[in-house]
Design a binder for this molecule. Structure first.
Ligand SMILES: *Cc1c(COP(=O)(O)O)cnc(C)c1O
Ligand SMILES: [Zn+2]
Length: 417
C-alpha cells in the first residue's frame, strides 16, 4: 500500500494510475515528466508533525507515508538523509541577515544529495524486479546509484562524461559498477543511457525522466522544515543543473503546505553558473522552456553543467510559484564561495554545493533578501568530491600553506614571531 493516487503529466495534466509502468506521459515523450500525486487527506489522518517527531528513524524513510513506496518495502541499509543543518552565524553577520542555515548534504553516504534519489531508484528497481539499473550523470547521481546499489547487491551500469572529477569516477570503480566513460558531455551520456536503457530493458534512474527522483530529493526539504520546527524559512537557495533538486525542494514545501504543517511557502531561489544558465535566461526573458533550445554549458561546477536542464518544467515552477528568482553567478564567484562557506560555517562543499552561497551574496546585493530574513543554503555535495577545484579556489583568494623545516626556528621565521 502506498498513498499515491496517480502520476500527472507536467505538460498536459493527464493523470496515470499509481501503478503506471512507464516513466513519462506517452503523449509528450521525454518532456512529459510525471509528478506523483498523494492522498493528503488519508496521509494526514495518521501521519502528523507529532508522529514524525516521535519516530527515532532519522533517515529519509521517516517520511515514508509521503513517498511512493509501499509501507513494507525493504529499503537499502545505508543511512541516507538525516543530514545536519547548521546555524552559520558568521555568514549571517557578514551578510546582515537574521539567520543563515547551511544544510550539509556532503554528509550523505556517497557525499552528495543524490543519495536520496538513488536510494529511491534502487527501491523502485527492486520493486519491479529489475536485473540492472542505469543512469547517466555528471558524477554524483552515478556515485550515489553505485554506492546504494552496492549496499544491496544490485547490478548497475553508469554513463558519465569522461571529464568527470576523478573522485567521482573513483567512487564508481570502487563500488564495482559497470562504468562507461563517455567521450562527450553530460547530454551525450544522457542520450546514450536513454537508448541503452530502452535497448536492454534496464531500470532507468535518469534525472528529469524517472518521476520518483523528485520524491527522494524532496526529503531534504522536509528535513529543513522539520529542523526549523515546521516554521518555513523566508528563502531557500538551491544550485540548479537539471533542476531536479529544486523541483524536489518545491515538492516538499507543497506537501507540507497541503498537510497544513507550514502556513507560508518559502521563496525558492535557483542559482546557476553564468556558463550554464539556461533557466536564468528563460526566467529573465520569459522564454518557454518547452521550446527554448539547449545552450552550450561550460562551468567549473560540473554538477550543475547542463545544456538542457532535464527537469526544467518543475524547476521553473519552483521559482515562479514561490515568488523566488533565478540568479546567475560567475565561476570565480562560485570558487570564492568554497572557502567563504567553509570558513563561515565549517561546511566544505564542492563547487555546486557552494554555489547557493554565491547566489545569496548576489541576492543580498540586489536587495532580494534582507535583515529580517531567515535563509537556508542547501550545500548539495562534499568538497572532497572535487579537490582540484578547491585548491584552485584557495589559491585564488591567496591562501597558501607555510613551507617549513621540521623545527621551531623555521616555524618562528615563517610566523614572523
Ligand atoms: C546534481 C547536483 C546539483 C544539481 O541538481 P539538479 O537536480 O541537477 O539541478 C547540485 N549540486 C550537486 C552537488 C549535485 O550533485
Ligand atoms: Zn502529457
Amino acid at each position: 500500500m502506498t498513498n499515491v493516487v496517480g502520476l500527472t503529466c507536467v505538460i498536459c495534466g493527464k493523470t496515470y494510475p499509481a501503478d503506471f509502468a512507464g516513466y513519462v506521459c506517452p503523449d509528450h515523450g521525454n518532456e512529459g515528466i510525471l509528478d506523483v500525486q498523494y492522498d493528503y487527506d488519508a496521509i494526514g489522518e495518521t501521519f502528523t508533525k507529532e508522529s514524525i517527531g516521535a519516530n527515532p528513524d532519522r533517515t529519509m524513510w521517516r517520511y515514508r507515508p509521503l513517498l511512493p513506496i509501499a509501507d513494507d518495502a525493504a529499503v537499502p541499509p545505508l543511512t541516507v538523509g538525516g543530514t545536519p543543518m547548521y546555524d552559520a552565524a558568521p555568514l549571517a553577520d557578514d551578510l546582515g541577515l537574521a539567520k543563515v542555515w547551511v544544510k550539509d548534504e556532503g554528509r550523505e553516504p556517497t557525499a552528495s544529495l543524490k543519495d536520496r534519489a538513488s536510494a529511491m531508484a534502487v527501491v523502485k528497481a527492486q520493486e519491479r524486479g529489475a536485473e540492472v539499473v542505469t543512469t547517466a550523470s555528471t558524477g554524483n547521481a552515478a556515485a550515489a546509484l553505485s554506492g546504494i546499489s552496492a549496499s544491496v547487491g544490485q547490478k548497475n551500469v553508469i554513463f558519465v562524461p569522461a571529464s568527470a572529477p576523478e573522485a567521482k569516477i573513483a567512487q564508481l570503480l570502487a563500488y564495482g559498477s559497470t562504468v562507461a566513460l563517455v567521450n562527450g558531455n553530460y547530454g551525450d551520456a544522457f542520450d546514450l543511457c536513454m537508448e541503452a536503457s530502452a535497448a536492454y530493458g534496464w531500470y532507468n534512474r535518469n534525472t528529469g525522466y524517472n518521476p520518483f527522483m523528485t520524491e527522494g530529493k524532496k526529503t531534504a526539504g522536509l528535513e529543513i522544515l522539520e529542523d526549523l520546527g515546521w516554521e518555513a524559512p523566508d528563502a531557500i537557495f538551491v544550485s540548479v543543473g537539471d533542476g531536479s533538486i529544486i523541483g524536489g525542494v518545491h515538492k516538499a514545501m507543497k506537501d507540507a503546505f497541503a498537510l497544513g504543517w507550514i502556513d507560508k511557502m518559502p521563496r525558492i531561489f535557483g542559482i546557476q553558473s553564468a556558463g550554464s544558465d539556461y533557466l536564468v535566461q528563460a526566467f529573465e526573458n520569459g522564454e518557454d522552456v518547452l521550446t527554448k533550445p539547449p545552450i552550450a554549458a561550460d562551468t567549473v561546477a560540473d554538477s550543475i553543467s547542463a545544456d538542457l536542464p532535464r527537469d526544467r518544467i518543475k524547476a521553473m515552477a519552483a521559482v515562479t510559484e514561490t515568488g523566488g528568482t533565478y540568479l546567475r553567478v560567475s565561476d570565480d564567484e562560485i570558487l570564492a564561495a568554497i572557502p567563504t562557506l567553509a570558513r563561515g560555517s565549517g561546511v566544505f562543499a564542492e563547487p555546486a554545493g557552494a554555489t547557493p552561497y554565491a547566489g545569496l551574496v548576489t541576492a543580498v546585493e540586489k536587495g532580494l533578501v534582507g535583515s529580517d530574513d531567515t535563509v537556508v543554503l542547501l550545500a548539495t555535495g562534499s568538497g572532497l568530491k572535487d579537490v582540484a577545484s578547491a585548491l584552485k579556489a584557495v589559491a585564488a583568494v591567496g591562501t597558501t600553506p607555510m613551507r617549513i623545516d621540521p623545527n621551531l626556528d623555521s616555524l618562528r621565521a615563517a610566523l614572523n614571531n
